[in-house]
Write a protein that binds this ligand. Structure first.
Ligand SMILES: [Zn+2]
Length: 173
């Protein structure tokens, strides 16, 4: 289970203190807010607000509500978010990252790298094998390159993200 403050701290990591401010103000509004209203509430410049809103909308952290002003041709655009929208956006984002990390881990675990000790050229196992474990540039004998630290790092990142995702999904209940 993640607290609202923990959720907001993820938002802050992604979109800075200004992004967090905007989200906090929007969460308090039930009907959404126009950019001018957000500017009034946060003291941020409308250009910065607009840029951040578009960025956050692309990743699903905020949505736009459009309403017609009476019978006129004018539309009002209001920005809206709530805790459910933010959670879904975070889950989506972390799942995407997790997929990339898992692919990368699989690759690192399935491949042994070789390095030329003379000019530091890196070879995959296949490349090294094809060249008789000698460097194509200088003919030096290649040595196996240890990628254990990369694997350990990837595993710890994956573990951390899985924990966050688990916490986010228990939040939904
Ligand atoms: Zn070499």
């Amino acid at each position: 289970m993640l607290t609202e403050n923990e959720l907001l701290s993820f938002v802050e990591k992604m979109y800075g203190a200004s992004g967090r401010k905007i989200i906090e103000v929007l969460m308090k509004s039930k009907t959404g807010m126009e950019i001018d209203e957000i500017a009034h509430e946060t003291g941020l410049r409308t250009n910065d607000i607009r840029r951040l809103l578009y960025e956050m909308a692309q990743e699903g952290f905020v949505i736009t509500l459009r309403s017609q002003r009476g019978e006129s041709m004018w539309y009002t655009y209001r920005w809206y978010t709530d805790i459910g929208i933010i959670k879904r956006a975070l889950v989506q984002r972390f799942r995407a990252t997790l997929n990339i990390l898992n692919e990368r881990l699989e690759y690192e675990q399935s491949t042994t790298f070789y390095i030329c000790p003379n000019d530091y050229t890196i070879y995959s196992f296949e490349e090294a094998f094809e060249n008789g474990f000698r460097c194509i540039h200088c003919q030096s004998e290649l040595i196996a390159f240890d990628n254990k630290s990369i694997i350990t790092f990837l595993k710890s990142l994956i573990e951390e993200l899985e924990k966050i995702l688990k916490a986010l999904s228990t939040n939904e209940a």
